[in-house]
Structures are given as structure tokens and as C-alpha cells.
Write a protein that binds this ligand. Sequence first.
Ligand code: CA
Length: 463
Amino acid sequence: MNEPFSPKWVQDAVFYEIFPERFYNGDPTNDPPGTYPWGEIPTRENFFGGDLQGILAKLPYLQNLGISALYLTPIFKARTNHKYDTCDYLVVDPTFGSLDLLRELVAEAHHRGIRIVLDGVFNHCGDGFWAFQDVCQRGAESPYADWFIVNSFPIQQTPPNYQTCGGVSYLPKLNVNNPDVQDYLLHVATYWLREAGIDGWRLDVPWKVPFDFWQAFRRAVKAVNPEAYIVGEIWRDGRPWLQGDTFDAIMNYRLRDYILDFCVRDTMDAEDFDFELGQLRQDQGHSVPFQLNLLSSHDTPRILTVCGGDINRAILALVFQFTYMGAPMIYYGDEVGMEGDNDPLCRGTMIWDEYNCNRQLNEIYRRLIQIRRQHPALRRGAFETLHMFNAVYAYRRYNEQDDVVIVLNPRHAQPEFAISLGHVPHERWRDLLSGETYPAQQGYLQIKELRASSALILSPETI
Ligand code: CA
């Protein structure tokens, strides 16, 4: 059987997730009323004025960081700061910008080698969506009455007498089993590909939406742009969506759990970690190199917060993320050491002033991005487990031209440590993070002392 097609560029990409309202305010003239000063504590309700002009202004920053793809949380017209309550699927929110500005942003990003993926919220809309408003006004007589799942007319919102997303009355559930709704949403999906030239869709709560819709969605999207990336927000078993007929990948939350369990929480041994990674690779099959691998998002606490501020634990998790198969994704601000617990605190305003930037962590992010870009084995190479011993985990990424060995030691210091390299022939290895070199003898890498909470990324030393 032929491998289902997935866009090859994803394997080489470093993604960066932006919550546009909180990234950068590039145009104060479009700020919502009551906009808070940048840097105040985020709440579920407040606004800070971030916009597309702000992302455009910061493209040089993102290019310099080494980012090659952006995932933007929703940008279409909506009432909330997160904009998962779409009021108009064909209009850019006026507090963010316009269609013309989005076109300019995509064009300038492409010019800088950065692709842009938008967030598609197709399970539900906002109560301000014109079709829902029509049903509110005309009840069963509305031509859109079957676009929603209404128990009785007239519509009432408290408590809602229609189906919603998670019981939230301002998020009416769309009846995606209705062919008219499917046609409309497919029009939306292809409209933004055609009109703005975007590079794909991240899909919100896709398990709540009929499966046949996603099959039609894939056909429609790939007909416009075969290179478009389709990635679903799936927190559990992604197998149903990774058979080649719906998504290219999922947001790899399961991988995130394993990384945190082993590298940060000490709830998993190296042996468990290796077993779960193998199971996940088996489940994800051909799609492994296309997965969106994340440590944080707008729906989780930030990585440094999960680590309790322990930068060495964060570095361990990052080293794994940037040396494993699949595209790493940075959640905006993690690279400058922003902290924040779950929503709304993980959605704070981006730190732009250098004095509040965590330089040590920022340097690590920049270095890891550079290392991944320089080593094809890390992006497209094979994976092999080398060694598991007392919570130390070593693995190899390799192809015909390139060889990288990674050693993770989340817990105690290990004196006089030797790591089996299997059949890897090289005799001297350099740690790409520290610059230190290590000899190998008779197939064993010799390490005088492996520090607690430390990681090595080893490349053969060329003479
Ligand atoms: Ca603004």
C-alpha cells in the first residue's frame, strides 16, 4: 500500500504557536474598548490589543529565532479574547486586522520562509454567528434552524435549549451532519486557502465532529493545496484520524505526557518511557515524522511552570522535544521563560523587554533550533534506543550521512558512566550543547560523570 500523502515540509519545520491577542500590539487604533496595559494579569475576559500587525512586525524576530511555521489560534470575527466563538467565519476579527492584512502577513511570512496554519473551529460557533442569530429571531421558520441541534423553539440561552460545546451557552454546537453545514464549512476551509494563501488548518475538538466530514474536509483542502497541513487537536488515541484519509497529524499531547512523566515529574522510568514511545510510534505509524510535538499550548500550563521553575528539567524536556521525530512546536513566550498555570494564566502578554527575558533558557531554545536545523538525522532520520540504566535514557537518531546520540539523565548524578553505542563506530563524540568531548571504547561511550538533571546531544567528532 502506498503511504498516505503528508506534506514533506512539516518534517523539517519548527512551529511556533501564537495566541494573537497576547503576542504583540502592532496597531493601537484597532484595540477593543477597555484594553488593559501590556503585562497585566490575564483573565478570561480581558483584552490587551495584540493583532496581526503585531505578528507582521515580529516576523524578523521569529525568523531570527529559527521558526519556520506559525500556528495561530482563531483570528475570525468573534467576541471573546480567544475567539473560539466565531461570529463570522469569512471575516478577520476587526480588532486583529483585515483580509488584506492577513494576505500581507502570509506573503511576508512566506518571503521569510515561514508558513502559517490557522485554527478551524468547526464543531461549534459563537452565539453571535449570523446563522444562529437568525434562528434566535425566526425560530423554526429560520432557513438555518437545522444548522443547530435545537430541542425546542423559541431559543433560550439560560439554560440553553440547544446543544452546545461543553454546556457553554455562548458556544452553540453546529449540526455538522447537515449537508448544508458541511458545504458551508468546506467553503470556509477552502476560502482561506485560496484567498489568503494559508498553509493548513489546526482543527479544534475534532473528535466531536462526524468522521465523514473530516474525510470530505481532507479532499477539499488537498484539492486546493496538496501541501496543506491538517493537524487535529486530539488528546487521546489518535489512530482513527491517522489512517491517511483525514488528518496528517495530531497535536501530540500523549507524547507530551510521557516527556513530562520521564523528564520532569519522575513518575516514569527510562524503561517505561521507552516502552510508551515505542507504543506511540506503532500507533501513529507513517505519520510519526509529521506530528506536532508540544510541551505547552494555550490549553496547558507553561513548561517552565510544570517544571516548578527548574530550568534544568525544562532543558531535559526540550532536548527530547527537539531531537525526536515530529515537528517541535514552541508556545509563544516559553522561549523567553514565561510562566503561567492553566488558562487564563498561560495566556499572558508576551515579554518583549530583554531584562525580563530568561537569557539562559532563551539561549538553549536558540541552540536547539539551530542543532535541529543543522542535523538532518534529527528531522528525517531513524530512531534507535541505545541504553536504559537507572533512569538514564540514551537513543540515536541517524541516516546515511548523519549520526546523533542523545543522553537524558533527569535524576541523580551517575559517576563513571558507560553507555552502549551498539554498532556506531565513532571514537570521539562532542556534546553540541556544552562543547565537551567524550571518548568511546569498544562500543561504549565513556562518561566520567553524568550530572543530575542533565542532557547530552552528541555528534561524532570530525578530525
Ligand atoms: Ca491592536
